[in-house]
Each structure stands twice: as C-alpha cells, then as structure tokens.
Design a protein around this ligand. Structure first.
Ligand code: BYC
Length: 338
C-alpha cells in the first residue's frame, strides 16, 4: 500500500495535514495519508525490531534444555515464548503499512534487513541468561518506553504491551543473577565473567553515536524516535550502575564515574568499529543465527501450507474468496529493503 499518486495541490494539503498531526503530537494511523519516506522508515525500523525479537530467542533458547532446575526451565521457556509474541505484534504492526510478514522474513533471510547486533554474541555460560535479562532487556526497556509514544499508532500500541513484558524479563534476569551472587565463589565468578562480555555490546544496542546516526534527525522530526541514541545510552548507564552496585558486580569500564556537574555517570567509548563489523554481518554468531532462522523457516513450511490449505477449504465451503498469497511487484521498495 504505497501512497497512491495524487495531484500536486492535493498532495500539498495531505502533507500539511500530516505535518499538523506530527506537530500536535497526535498519532498517524494506517488509514491516514503519509509520505512514502515516513512509511519506509517505519517499515525499516519495525521490521528490524520484529526480526530482533525472533532472532533474539536463539541465544537464551539454547539454555532451555540445560536450565539447572524445573523452575528455571519454566521461567526461561515463558520468557523466550514472550519474545516470539513480541515479534508477532511487531510483524502485525508492520503489516498495517502494506507489507506482509512473509515478505519481511524473505528480506531478513536474504540479508537485506537487519536485526539487533546484540544477538550475534554467544551465550556459553548459564549466567548469560541472567545477564541478557538484566542488561539486554534493560537496554531494550530504555529504548522502547519512549517508543510507546511514537507517532505511528500501531507501533506505539504494540510497544505498551512489549514494555510491560520486558520489565518482567529484566527482573527475572536480575533475580537470577542475585541468586547466583549469593551462591558459591564459582557462581559469582560466572556472573562477573558474563557481565564483562555483555556490558559493551549492550551499550551498542542503542546504535552509533548521534553524530554518526544517519536516520536519527529525520526519525525524531517525524516523532518516530523520541530520544537520540546517545540520550538513551546515557539513561541506561545511569539506571544500571546502582543496580550493578547492589548486585556486587563490577562494570568493565575504568572511565565510569559519577559526574556531579552533569548529574550523570561519565563512561568510556564503546568500540564503534566492533559495532560496524557486527552490523555488517561479521560478528561472532551472525552466520549461525541466520542459518538457524533459515532452517526453522524451512521446517515450518508444512505448517504454513496446511494453514493456507485449511483457509482455502473453509473459504470455498462458505463461498468467500480464497486466502490472498499474492506478492506485490514493488515489494522490496515498500518493505524498506537495503
Ligand atoms: N544493531 O541511523 P541509526 C529485545 C543500524 S529486541 C543492528 O542510528 P536508527 C529482545 C540502523 O538500523 C529489541 N543495526 O538508525 C529480544 C541503521 O541501518 P539501516 C530490539 C543497528 O534506526 C529477545 C544504521 O545502523 N530493539 O529487546 O535511527 C531477547 C545507522 O543507525 C544497530 C529495537 O529494534 C544495532 N544495535 O536507530 C531479549 C528497537 N544500531 O537500517 C531482548 C527499535 C543501529 O539504515 N529500533 N543499527 O540500514 C530503534 O530504536 C532504532 O532502530 C535504533 C537505531 C536505535 C536501533
């Protein structure tokens, strides 16, 4: 559903109405006219977000079969299942922009859409389950709470539920780490080692520094993003340092200290070359994550075929049209592919 070409004068009026909606801080809804670039930006960000939720099931999912107790296994299963749900809300939000989940999945598998850098790091230790909950879900909350007020209605509404669940995820991670920190010296060392590996990649989740963020200015002018990458990164550091102190772990940054004048923690510079490499596809687990996603997609082909066959059969029984599986010709452009 790209914007249908309209007369220049009419387009001016539509653009003015759109600008006024953004200026008032109101929501843009699927039925409203919107500039193509706004639509493409939303599809790019929401699709990337949805893919992150689904690929993000892998690093923690690897521990479901090896969780140390039935209770921990049940918690982890529920958490990973929640991430699948988040992916589905987000793919649905994206579909309101005229692009199907099947098209977005194809673009992900073809390497033409991205997912969050953080999920390209390995999880060799059980403590990583707690650290992902605490730091990765913690960073996700900082990033996503402002997105509840994003200018596009379906995205903002999806975020409200996602954020409630992410808060619970963060607490379960923190509780797991707290339990390990009250355990043996070996368990405390496992937590510290895991935090040492995940700290910097968590800071990178917020994206490149503002000066090197090509999309931020326009996304903020459109009210898609409400805060810059650096603002949210700072908010995350300020929130996390006292939590690390309560937990009894050291954050691996010699430059981390309270700055009385700024009223914030100062912190060191993440390795931006590393972020660029991971985004490019050269992170420790990029190939493995995509391969796993591709295999899961192929394994699920029979389920999709069965669902479509059932929908067709039900439609012919009650005389309605069969399920629409057409793929529009201009899908790459609409789907915000790179
Ligand atoms: N990783 O101009 P910029 C979760 C890309 S999952 C990869 O600043 P923007 C969870 C960026 O896309 C939560 N790519 O971009 C799940 C752009 O490239 P393109 C995931 C990144 O969009 C399971 C280029 O770099 N959260 O919580 O203004 C278990 C330049 O960047 C990254 C979201 O998806 C990165 N870290 O800002 C546990 C949040 N950073 O697209 C937990 C929604 C940047 O132009 N997304 N890039 O080719 C956003 O808020 C924004 O898209 C970002 C980037 C802040 C990430």
């Amino acid at each position: 559903m790209t914007t249908t070409p309209v007369e220049p004068e009419r387009e001016e009026g539509l653009q003015a109405a759109f600008d006024a909606t953004i200026a008032r801080g109101d929501r843009v809804e699927p039925r409203d006219w919107m500039p193509d670039a706004y639509r493409r930006t939303l599809v790019r960000q929401i699709a990337q977000h949805a893919h992150s939720e689904i690929i993000g099931m892998q690093p923690e999912g690897a521990w479901i079969g090896r969780a140390p107790s039935l209770r921990r296994k049940a918690i982890l299963l529920a958490k990973v299942q929640d991430e699948a749900g988040h992916g589905l809300y987000l793919y649905s939000a994206c579909e309101t922009l005229g692009v199907s989940r099947a098209e977005l999945t194809e673009l992900l598998l073809a390497g033409r859409q991205k997912y969050s850098s953080i999920f390209n790091y390995p999880t060799p230790s059980y403590a990583d389950v707690g650290t992902i909950g605490w730091l990765v879900d913690g960073a996700a909350i900082c990033n996503q709470v402002p997105l509840c007020r994003t200018s596009y209605g379906p995205y903002g509404r999806a975020m409200i539920r996602v954020c409630k669940e992410e808060s619970f995820h963060q607490r379960q991670g923190y509780e797991l780490l707290m339990t390990m920190m009250r355990g043996t010296g070996e368990q405390r060392a496992m937590v510290q080692e895991s935090v040492d590996r995940f700290w910097w990649p968590s800071l990178m989740m917020f994206g490149p520094p503002d000066a090197d963020s090509p999309n931020s200015a326009r996304s903020m002018a459109w009210g898609i993003k409400r805060n810059s990458n650096d603002e949210l990164r700072q908010r995350f550091v300020d929130m996390t340092v006292p939590q690390a102190e309560a937990l009894g772990v050291t954050l691996p940054d010699p430059d981390l200290r309270w700055n009385e004048e700024r009223g914030h923690y100062d912190f060191g510079e993440p390795d931006w070359d590393e972020l660029a490499a991971v985004i490019r596809g050269d992170g420790p687990c990029n190939a493995q994550r995509l391969e796993h996603r591709r295999a899961a997609h192929e394994d699920g082909a029979w389920v999709r075929e069965a669902a479509l066959a059932f929908a067709d059969r039900s439609a012919s029984a009650d005389g309605t049209a069969p399920a629409d599986r057409s793929v529009p010709a201009d899908r790459s452009a609409r789907a915000g592919a790179r």
